[in-house]
Design a protein around this ligand. Structure first.
Ligand code: URP
Ligand code: ZN
Ligand code: ZN
Length: 479
C-alpha cells in the first residue's frame, strides 16, 4: 500500500519546498512536483499544509514502574497519543533497580514495547555498578543498537547514580562510543531539603518545588558537565528547567565541549504557581522533577532554544492519575513524580514558538525531530524528509485551532498540564512507516506495528570532532 501526500510544502530543518511525497514499503520513495499516485495509493490532500518529519520525543516513560506504582500510559496507548499529536518515534528509558541485571531490564522493556503503534528505542539507565553492568553496557552497544546511557543524579535511596557510578559509566560509554545522558539534580541536597521542609510542617505539594530549587539542578548539571569534560565523553542533559543549568551548558559549549541540552514543552510554558493551587489534585498533578519554575526561567529556556544551546524538545511523558498522586496526600515526598504531554508537544511548540516568531518553521523541525535524530545517531533515517528515509511524516495544518483538554485527549491520564490552552496549528494526518495512523482527528493505529530502532555507536565521529576542537585526549578511567 502506498501513500501519496499531494500539494503541500515540505518543511525540514534545512529548507521549505513545494513538493509531493510518495511513500511505500515503509520508506519515502520520491519527493517532487506532480508525482503520480500508484494504483490503489491513499492520497492525502496537503494543500495549504506543511509536510514535516514525524516528531521524535527523546524522553518518555511508558509503563514505568516508579515510586511504588506504574504509569497509566503503556506503550500502546502512549504511542497512539503520540501519533495523534504528530510524534512518530519515542526514546523511552529502560531503568533497572539497583542490583538488577541491566541486560534483563532492557529485555523486559523490549517486551513491554512490542505493543507500540509507532517506532521506539531506549536509553538504558545505569543505576549501580559492578563488572556485569560494564559487560552489559558493552553487549547493549555491540548487539542491541543502544548508544545512550542515562544517569539519574536525583532519587537518593532508589535509582540515584553517585559520582563513582557516573565516572565508571561515563568511562565505559566513552570506550564504547556511546553518549551519556543525565537527569541533573543533586540527590543528596534534595533529600536533605525534603526532610527539612517536611519537618517545618510543609507537607503538601507546595513543598515539592521548595525542596528542589534551581541551584540544586545547576550544581548537578555543572558536575555532570565537568566529569564529562575530564573524561572527554559527549553529554546530553535531559529536562533542563532553569537558567542555572542552561548557563552551565552554554558555558561548556562556548568552551568547545560536546554538551547537548533538552527542554520540556511543560517547562517552557507552565510556571510554579500551579503548586500553590488549593486543590491538592491540581497541585499534585503537576508534581514532577525538576519542578515547574518561576516565569523568568521560561524566558531563559526559550532563549536557550532560540540560540541553539538547547537542541531538543521532549515531554518526559510519565502519567499518573489522581488516585496514584493521592499516595502523597499527607507527604509531598510520596507523590509519584511525572506529568503527561506527548500528544501536545508539537502543537504547543508550534503555537508558542512558530506563531509568535520565536522559532522559524525549519527551527521547529530541528527541535522537534532532526536534532534528536542527529544527537542519537538515527539521522537521516528519522528526522528528515528524504528519499530512503523512514516514511514517518506529519501533515501540519497551520490554520486549524484546538483547545487542549483532558476530556478530549487521547492520553490515558485524567488531567492535562496545558488544560484550556487554545493552539493554532496541529497535525491533520500522521504517517508512520508509510501507513496513515491518524487522520482528521481519528486514530487508525495497529497494536504492535511499531518497530525497535537500532542506534549505532558513534565513536569515530566524536573522536574526530573532539580532536578537531583541539580538546584534551580523553582519559579512560577503569576500575
Ligand atoms: O518527574 C519525573 N520527571 N518523572 C519521571 C522520571 C524522571 O525523572 O525523568
Ligand atoms: Zn528525570
Ligand atoms: Zn524522565
Amino acid at each position: 500500500m502506498s501513500v501519496l501526500i499531494k500539494g503541500g510544502t515540505v518543511v525540514t530543518a534545512d529548507q521549505s519546498v513545494r513538493a509531493d511525497v510518495l511513500c511505500s514499503d515503509g520508506k519515502i520513495q520520491a519527493i517532487g512536483e506532480h508525482l503520480d499516485a500508484p494504483k490503489g495509493a491513499e492520497i492525502i490532500d496537503a494543500g495549504g499544509q506543511f509536510v514535516m518529519p514525524g516528531g521524535i520525543d527523546p524522553h518518555t516513560h511508558m509503563q514505568l514502574p516508579f515510586m511504588g506504582t506504574v504509569t497509566t500510559e503503556d506503550f500502546y496507548s502512549g504511542t497512539a497519543a503520540g501519533v495523534a499529536g504528530g510524534t512518530t518515534t519515542i526514546i523511552d528509558f529502560a531503568i533497572p533497580d539497583p542490583q538488577q541485571r541491566v541486560l534483563d531490564t532492557y529485555m523486559q522493556w523490549r517486551e513491554w514495547a512490542e505493543k507500540s503503534v509507532s517506532d521506539y528505542t531506549f536509553h538504558v539507565a545505569i543505576t549501580w555498578w559492578d563488572d556485569t553492568v560494564s559487560a552489559d553496557m558493552e553487549t547493549l552497544v555491540k548487539k542491541h543498537g543502544v548508544n545512550s546511557f542515562k544517569h539519574f543524579m536525583a532519587y537518593k535511596g532508589a535509582i540515584m547514580a553517585d559520582d563513582e557510578i557516573l565516572v565508571n559509566s561515563f568511562s565505559k560509554a566513552l570506550e564504547l562510543g556511546a553518549i551519556v545522558t543525565c537527569h541533573a539534580e543533586n540527590g543528596e541536597l534534595v533529600s536533605r531539603l525534603q526532610q527539612k521542609i517536611y519537618d517545618m510542617g510543609i507537607t503538601g505539594p507546595e513543598g515539592h518545588p521548595l525542596s528542589r530549587p534551581p541551584e540544586v539542578e545547576g550544581e548537578a548539571a555543572n558536575r555532570a558537565i565537568r566529569i564529562a569534560e575530564v573524561l572527554g565523553v559527549p553529554l546530553y542533559i535531559v529536562h533542563n528547567s532553569c537558567r542555572q543549568s542552561l548557563e552551565a551548558i552554554t558555558r561548556a559549549r562556548g568552551e568547545g565541549q560536546r554538551v547537548f541540552g533538552e527542554v520540556l514543552a511543560g517547562h517552557l510554558l507552565v510556571d510554579d504557581s500551579v503548586y500553590r493551587d488549593p486543590d491538592f489534585d491540581v497541585a499534585a498533578a503537576h508534581v514532577m522533577s525538576p519542578p515547574f519554575r518561576a516565569k523568568e526561567h521560561q524566558e531563559a529556556l526559550w532563549r536557550g532554544l532560540q540560540s541553539g544551546n538547547l537542541q531538543t524538545t521532549a515531554t518526559d511523558h510519565c502519567c499518573f492519575c489522581a488516585e496514584q498522586k493521592a499516595a502523597g496526600k499527607d507527604d509531598f515526598r510520596k507523590i509519584p513524580n511525572g506529568t503527561a504531554g506527548i500528544e501536545n508537544r508539537m502543537e504547543v511548540l508550534w503555537h508558542h514558538g512558530v506563531t509568535t516568531g520565536r522559532l522559524t518553521m525549519n527551527e521547529f523541525v530541528a527541535v522537534t525531530s532532526a536534532n534528536a535524530a542527529k544527537i542519537f545517531n538515527i539521522y537521516p533515517r528519522k528526522g528528515s524528509i528524504s528519499v530512503g528515509a523512514d516514511a514517518d511524516i506529519v501533515v501540519w495544518d497551520p490554520s486549524a485551532t484546538k483547545t487542549i483538554s483532558a476530556k478530549t485527549q487521547k492520553q490515558k491520564v485524567d488531567y492535562n498540564i496545558f488544560e484550556g490552552m487554545t493552539v493554532q496549528g496541529c497535525a491533520s494526518h500522521t504517517v508512520s512507516r508509510g501507513k496513515v495512523v491518524f487522520a482528521d482527528g481519528d486514530l487508525r493505529v495497529e497494536r504492535g506495528a511499531g518497530r525497535y530502532v537500532d542506534r549505532p555507536p558513534f565513536a569515530p565521529f566524536y573522536d574526530a570532532m573532539q580532536r578537531q576542537a583541539g580538546r584534551k585526549k580523553p582519559v579512560a578511567v577503569k576500575r
